[in-house]
Design a protein around this ligand. Structure first.
Ligand code: SF4
Ligand code: SF4
Length: 475
């Protein structure tokens, strides 16, 4: 039996099944212990986070008043750390060839009828132009695992192509990468290619379920997959994004697991995850989400988002178009800081949306709106859509980024950067009515920049973007 040790580099020690089970037992025993719950909420108010045991008690708590307190605190922390800004991104599917057998994903190797596609460099270029023409600046590239069809050299070539395309005023300024667990050497190559965040979802932290859900292929190896972020960090990538696929296992197990993973990264590397994603299993080709027993309601989903928000205040939280407009609306206020918009989850889908019998998509998109509709909707809700990519380009990654977050100084960058990148979007891509709303919003928001010098510079840059066709300013 392995013993829990968050500093260990062994998967079964830092994500320790005994510790998770003990945590869930402790949470059950204390779910009505209002004194303890108050103490945990008080600790969370210090904005330095809470640990997996404390978070699990809050998740188990069913007292409506306490839940409302947790939500109010999550809203406050979201507001204090992220203001009204929401960072925009889009996924780009490069290839759906995959040798793994994941039971919840239609790209699994046994699916013989799904349309397999892999973009050529010319197709990557066309997809990127289509994405730039929508207004995107930040991508997450996605690819199945297939050493023959999608070797690391292919991924690196695609990254190179993506960064090289300058179409009109467009540019992709940050490429985040979501590919299978790999070697330190390959992570070093990705780092050298200038990637932003390396994203890898754990899917489930429960080893037994993990092995059942990944019956074949290299992904079957739980330890290799779970220890991937440590290898990524060893390879020099210091912004990593973790996530679980809710619905596969008991959500309480997953919350404890994901927070233990965050605690492990912080303990070993001095920097926690850059982002946490919270996807839920969705319908797709031969995948029926009802076949998985652990689906969670919208209410539980919202509670999970709120608790992650207060547990790891400095970690960005991402939600995709897997979720509907109404769910997205609710979780934005509780903690989500990044969303995708106008997404296509099929290979080559930005240039040529697919018809029914040519399905290469990884999941069905619930939020089908265009990026412009999403941008306008966010502004109508009082948010500032941001296309900012400044930190990574200024070398503010890993512990440098976290140090700036913890000092509170990051706020002085994010807000003006959001306004300047929104102005670029409005000038180059927005519909007329979106532009009008945006211009008004920017005018009001400029006034809120506390530092007079920063306010003046931001105003000058916005003037130059609108009148002198200048681009790419950043703090
Ligand atoms: S989840 Fe990833 S590894 Fe699994 S089948 Fe889908 S693309 Fe392949
Ligand atoms: S300034 Fe940095 S933290 Fe803020 S939105 Fe831009 S990239 Fe993100």
């Amino acid at each position: 039996m392995s013993v829990y040790d968050k500093k260990s580099l062994k998967a079964e020690e830092f994500i320790n099944d005994e510790e998770i089970k003990a945590t869930l037992k402790y949470a059950d025993e204390n779910k009505d212990n209002l004194e303890l719950i108050d103490k945990i909420i008080e600790k969370a108010r210090l904005r330095k986070g809470i640990d997996h045991r404390e978070a699990s008690v809050l998740l188990a708590c069913e007292n409506p008043e306490k839940i409302e307190e947790i939500y109010a605190l999550a809203r406050q922390i979201k507001k204090d750390f992220y203001g009204d800004r929401i960072v925009m991104f889009a996924p780009l599917y490069l290839s759906n060839y995959c040798v793994n057998g994941c039971l919840y994903c239609p790209y699994h190797a046994k699916n013989k009828h799904i349309c397999r596609k892999k973009l050529t460099q010319e197709e990557v270029k066309n997809e990127v132009i289509a994405l730039q023409d929508m207004g995107h600046k930040r991508l997450a590239i996605e690819s199945g695992e297939d050493p023959v069809n999608n070797p690391i050299e292919y991924i690196l070539e695609c990254i190179d192509t993506i960064y090289s395309i300058k179409h009109k005023n467009g540019a992709i300024r940050r490429v985040n990468v979501n590919i299978a667990a790999t070697t330190v050497e390959n992570y070093r190559k990705l780092k050298d290619a200038g990637i932003g965040t390396y994203i890898l979802f754990q899917e489930t932290y429960n080893k037994e379920s993990y092995e059942y859900l990944h019956p074949t292929g290299p992904k079957h190896n739980y330890a290799y997959h779970t220890e991937a972020m440590d290898r990524a960090m060893e390879g020099g990538i210091d912004d990593v994004g973790i996530g679980v696929l809710f619905g596969l296992e008991l959500y309480r197990y997953e919350l404890a697991g994901i927070l233990m993973h965050a605690e492990h990264l912080e303990a070993v590397h001095g920097v926690g995850p850059h982002t946490i994603s919270v996807p839920r299993v969705k319908r797709a080709d031969d995948i029926d989400p009802d076949e998985f027993d652990n689906g969670i309601s919208d209410e539980i989903f919202e509670k999970i988002v709120a608790i992650i928000r207060i547990a790891v205040p400095y970690t960005g939280m991402i939600i995709s178009t897997r979720e509907s407009k109404s769910v997205r609306e609710k979780v934005l206020e509780l903690g989500i800081s990044q969303i995708s918009g106008g997404s296509r989850t099929s290979v080559g889908g930005y240039v040529e949306p697919e018809d029914e019998d040519e399905n290469s998509a990884q999941f069905d998109v619930s939020d089908q709106r265009s990026l412009d509709e999403v941008v306008k909707w966010l502004m109508d809700l009082g948010y500032i859509p941001s296309f900012c990519t400044a930190c990574y380009r200024e070398g503010r990654t890993g512990d440098r980024f976290m140090a700036l977050c913890k000092s509170g100084q990051i706020q002085n960058c994010c807000h003006p950067n959001a306004l300047m990148t929104l102005e670029e979007y409005l000038m180059d891509y927005a519909h007329e009515d979106t532009r009008k709303i945006g211009e008004q919003l920017i005018e009001q928001e400029l006034e809120k920049i506390p530092n007079e010098k920063v306010r003046k510079i931001a105003r000058e840059h916005i003037f130059d973007i609108a009148n002198n066709n200048k681009r790419d300013f950043r703090f």
